[in-house]
Design a protein around this ligand. Sequence first.
Ligand SMILES: C[S@@+](CC[C@H](N)C(=O)[O-])C[C@H]1O[C@@H](n2cnc3c(N)ncnc32)[C@H](O)[C@@H]1O
Length: 207
Amino acid sequence: MDTGLKFHWENLYTGKSEQEYSWFQTFPHTSMGFIGQFNLPLNARIIDIGGGDSHLVDALLEYGFSNITVLDISARAIEKAQQRLGRPAEKVRWIECDINEFEPEPGAYDLWHDRAAFHFLTTEPLIARYADTVQRAVRPGGYFVLGTFSPDGPKKCSGLDIRQYSRAMIQAVFAPWFRRIRCEETAHVTPFQTTQHFLFCGFRRRR
Ligand SMILES: C[S@@+](CC[C@H](N)C(=O)[O-])C[C@H]1O[C@@H](n2cnc3c(N)ncnc32)[C@H](O)[C@@H]1O
């Protein structure tokens, strides 16, 4: 575990309300748009990478999904999400883990979702390890939704460097194992009324 990185995120999630995070959104419209398009069964095995205290888990539970995992490096973020959800949090599997050390079972998930976690990986070895982890973890025929800052987006997030992605760059990383279904540029309006340009892409794991 990168203790400096963990400290950064634990610190960030301590003493702030969700409205104070630039990435906060009351409803994850773009993510749910992709997920809805896949027509997954309600028992589909779904994981949200760097889920933090995002409301994606609320939306998935509301939709009726019953097999949801949220992974985050920050225990504090997970606690906040659990407190917000109350009783329904017991239906979710929570994993406190650095994605760079995550070792999922092969084919463990039908859907892997990541909004604004992958883009913090700025070195080739970490990007390659992530791609290898996701290609192993998503079953053949399964789905992958990735949201990153686009070339028009910010160069940093929460004070950390990120890597911006164009469609071609995302394709170059994941094409060996995933067929791209579609990509969508979105403008996220932060709680401070600024705009952040994201690129979302949905993929299907090759069989
Ligand atoms: C910008 S926030 C996005 C949160 C959430 N996905 C959303 O859309 O609201 C990035 C999240 O990724 C988590 N994170 C950052 N680096 C991580 C890592 N190496 N492993 C796991 N989680 C990480 C942070 O704790 C944080 O919750």
